[in-house]
Design a protein around this ligand. Sequence first.
Ligand code: AMP
Length: 397
Amino acid sequence: MKVLVINCGSSSLKYQLIDSETEQPMASGLCERIGIDGQLTHKVNGKKLKDEEKNAMPNHEVAVQLVLNELVNEEYGVIKDLSEINAVGHRVVHGGEKFASSVIINDEVIAAIAECNDLAPLHNPANLIGIEACKKVLPNVPMVAVFDTAFHQTMPEKAYMYGIPHKYYEDYKIRRYGFHGTSHSFVSKRLAELAGLDINNSKIIVCHIGNGGSVTAVLNGESVDTSMGLTPLEGIIMGTRSGSIDPAIIEFIAHKENKSIDEIMTILNKKSGLEGMSGLTSDFRDIRKGVADGNPLAKAAMEAYIYNIAKYVGAYTVAMNGVDAIAFTAGIGENAPEVRKGVMAHLGFLGVKADEEACKITAEEIMVSTKDSKVKVFIVPTNEELAIARETKALVG
Ligand code: AMP
């Protein structure tokens, strides 16, 4: 079966055509600046065939049509006819409490996703635009919605309720939802296989640390707590997001600098985290260089970043009354040995022992703890597109 995986933003559309037999991408790419001047990057076998070529791309429907044209292109197309696309899998950011698993998309599902727009005003409307565009261009192809929040719907009430008046949950469904669920689910399953654990009898912690980041406690294959909350702002320090702070800081800055709540939210989402702390950029490679250059703010940012992640691992060990295995994934988790080593150095009391040599290896599925480490620690590269393709196949298959 061939599954077209779509991840749609407000002015962008990422795609992969995945052959679910080989589980390999046949083609992938990105439409950017939709509604502006339209740029398309299309790759086959990882090789760029069209690099940011300008295309008239007034809306997402035209973008989807251009992607399909690339897939059947006479010269470098990977399929002969669009009828070879058996299903489309859409990444949808917020499923609220309505979706605890992936679903086949119909009109009711579209309406229910729209009802969650309030909870993810930047993401859900864009995801719906992608769904509508595909519906128009591929009207007879079944489509599946895969939610970032669904995996965390197993969290117990004690983990998802905030210490605020209950009316806010009743009136607006304010609670912890958690994100990166597709990745946490994919990585925890793979970690169980790699560590030789029975997923149904396991205590796993996944550290998904990229530009955004979250840590999840996965008990017997189910998410029981996660660091992101109502929005992706809560939790560990991230590239540009502050992570958890004292909420009174918002009022304090508002008064001191005469700023609106919207302005402060922009600071917390876009100007904080590693970038704000270091005064450099959000890219971990720049922080690393800053540390090497002796920049004290870069050093402080890196130390706080590592310490924060380690604290969540500690908390989730408590949540599960133990931990069997830990995974590092996403851009920083897969590529930053100093972060893995730094976090593991805090976990000696749990019997975690780092394998110094293995720790240096990057972006590979590999054990980075020693053989006699009580808790197994692995790098498990995430693959959200493949996870979406698998979910889609399972429902449409
Ligand atoms: P993601 O959001 O998962 O795509 O992760 C993106 C982040 O991974 C970037 O902002 C970088 O900070 C980080 N990253 C990517 N490659 C490397 C690398 N070789 N070393 C350290 N950090 C990296």
